[in-house]
Design a protein around this ligand. Structure first.
Ligand code: FES
Length: 332
């Protein structure tokens, strides 16, 4: 049986079908709220309940009194208090047939794919957002734009190869001139431009890509904030775009880079941290009170970094922004 969900303090309400979770119902009704993984891992979709009852699996990701909207189903009509919401502008999301301009193997298991939009067309997105690539079987894959929004006639994607992955098989064959259908923008992982808080960016592997867009945007807009980037990889080859890091070192005042490398020899050679990114956070940050953290990568890595930042280093949980990379078909 369908139930009604109302946003507290507004006259906005929408239907939630039987068995549907709050987040899916909101997105279907054209209302966007913070989210990333849609799997109960990142905590981005947490919000309060002002009235009614919900059924939620147990979690230690949400703060007391908060519910993960991607996991909770209404048991009747309910009233919710999301952390933020806005109506999705259907005209803002566009489908493009983009042309492969360059396809580079940047690391053993990472392709950097550069796409050009058709002549005269521009992609409108905010730094940190992502797109969906349409595959021949009708499924989709999500990838963050690594280029900043002002480079709007191009799209740069960092694609980690996944054994047996459908798009991995396609991407390794793509050559200049091939066409791909993409739709964008999606997501709300983005820079809080109004803030001047020091930023800690913690990324694993190709989690680097949305943060590259954020930092290039910061540079373009001449926003001056202290930034520390911790980039985790198995070995030095996993830091596949050091040219970008070198550019920020030169041009971003207050930029600090810490590679977190699992290979002891490579960590020592680079003067970096030997180990995981969450341990690098513990080693380099005694307190994160007053900071903002931008974290991107696999679900387990994001959850470990959240633990290191929020309960262990005093970060305000509302200042932990994450983009969780979940392999496989994109939820729509
Ligand atoms: S926990 Fe709900 S979107 Fe990640």
């Amino acid at each position: 049986m369908a139930h009604e969900i109302r946003i507290a303090g507004t006259d906005v309400h929408f239907a939630c079908a039987a068995g549907q979770n709050i987040l899916d119902a909101a997105l279907k009704a054209g209302i966007e709220m913070p989210y990333s993984c849609r799997k109960g891992v990142c905590g981005n979709c947490a919000g309060a309940l002002a009235a009614g009852e919900v059924e939620c699996p147990p979690t230690d990701v949400a703060e007391p009194g908060q519910h993960l909207y991607c996991q909770c189903r209404p048991l009747g009509d309910i009233e919710i208090v999301p952390a933020a919401w806005h109506r999705i502008d259907p005209a803002a999301r566009k489908i493009f047939t983009a042309r492969v301009y360059r396809n580079t193997l940047a690391a053993g298991d990472v392709s950097v794919l550069q796409l050009r939009l058709p002549a005269g067309r521009r992609a409108k997105f905010r730094a940190g957002q992502y797109l969906q690539v349409a595959l021949p079987d009708g499924s989709r894959r999500s990838y963050s734009m690594a280029n900043p929004p002002h480079e709007s006639d191009t799209l740069q994607l960092h694609i980690r190869h996944v054994a047996g992955g459908q798009f991995t098989q396609i991407v390794t064959q793509l050559k200049a001139g091939d066409l791909l259908q993409v739709e964008l923008p999606y997501g709300n992982f983005e820079l809080r431009e109004e803030s001047s808080a020091p930023m800690l960016c913690v990324v694993g592997g190709t989690g680097f890509s949305p943060v590259k867009s954020l930092l290039d945007d910061l540079l373009k807009k001449e926003i001056k904030r202290p930034v520390t980037l911790i980039w985790g990889a198995r070995n030095r080859g996993g830091l596949y775009l050091m040219a970008a890091v070198e550019r920020w070192r030169k041009l971003l005042p207050g930029f600090n880079f810490i590679p977190a490398i699992e290979d002891a020899g490579d960590a020592q050679a680079l003067g970096g941290f030997h180990g995981r990114v969450d341990d690098a956070v513990r080693a380099h940050c005694s307190s994160l009170a007053g900071h903002e953290v931008y974290c991107c990568g696999a679900p387990a890595m994001v959850s470990a970094v959240r633990k290191a930042c929020v309960p262990e280093r005093g970060l305000d949980p509302h200042h932990f922004f994450s983009d969780v990379f979940v392999p496989g078909p994109a939820a729509r």
